[in-house]
Write a protein that binds this ligand. Sequence first.
Ligand SMILES: O=P(O)(O)OC[C@H]1O[C@](O)(COP(=O)(O)O)[C@@H](O)[C@@H]1O
Ligand SMILES: [Mg+2]
Ligand SMILES: [Mg+2]
Length: 331
Amino acid sequence: MTTPSIDTTHIPLQFRPLMLALARGGATLTGVIRRGDGSLSAEVGTNSDGDGQKRLDVQADALFRDVLRDAGLRWYASEEQDAPIAMQPDGAFALAIDPLDGSSNIDTNVSVGTIFAVYPATDQADASFLRPARDLIAGGYIIYGPRCCLVVSFGDGTQIYTLNPDTDCFDLTDPRATLPDCFFEFAINASNYRHWPRPIRAYIDDCLSGIDGPRARNFNMRWIASLVAEAHRILMRGGIFLYPADARKGYEKGRLRMLYECAPIAFVIEQAGGRATDGALPILDALITDLHGRTPMVFGSAEKVDRVAAYHDLPDAEVSALFGHRGLFRA
Ligand SMILES: O=P(O)(O)OC[C@H]1O[C@](O)(COP(=O)(O)O)[C@@H](O)[C@@H]1O
Ligand SMILES: [Mg+2]
Ligand SMILES: [Mg+2]
């Protein structure tokens, strides 16, 4: 059996051991998912956030921790761990990870992923992570779909690697991905409509009213319940994703976790020419104050994300008006 690897030609020198380790972890995990042992979705515990842990969540966390042990990490923070774990005392990086994103999809054979964020390490574990996402030096995700891809940015564009099943190597398939700006598709969990803030309802109402509404065009909709799969679709063909805060208990800041979900996705989307905000302000400028803290998130094509922010600036009467009267947003 070959050892999984990645084409390192376009990877800055200091990140090569780290990326080789992540490639090894991703290639191994895609094999586990492909084999699909029936118990991968068995409930095995609860993480510090109160989320149920599936067997694959715990297995993915252990696997990445293991492959990353010699990869130059000083600190490892995971969705599945209460606190950061000390790795190599002389490690240069602090890595935060969602080892398995979209775990409600394990049984249904729908794409899931791994999301990772890399900061320069400091002597203090928490302080290495609790800072604005603008300080990220690398970030990205691995998508376990019909193809396994690794998407990463080192702060100079977004690169896409695709796992070649014959060689077990992630080949560079796009050295500088650019998010298209012309696709009229939105992604939101519409079952929460009644709980959303009014600007979000108004934005979606206007999309839904299609050719007859102020946008004067029809929109398509998607919801996969797997952030990585939504991010990858949007990176490939454009559109917008929204997970707003809502009125349900525990959703005051939405559902998605800032450190290991929103920050790295925002990083790769912005590096591909897109935009990512909490509805109004850039995700990358927000200070991360809690390892497992949440934030509302809107990302995708810049023009669409800016439009959502503009709905937040509208006077109340205009937000509540029927679409026919919301004249500001005629396309
Ligand atoms: O069930 P909901 O509220 O639509 O949530 C879907 C969201 O939750 C998540 O699955 C959370 O990820 P985890 O599987 O890592 O907990 C996101 O990927 C996704 O966007
Ligand atoms: Mg997740
Ligand atoms: Mg997860």
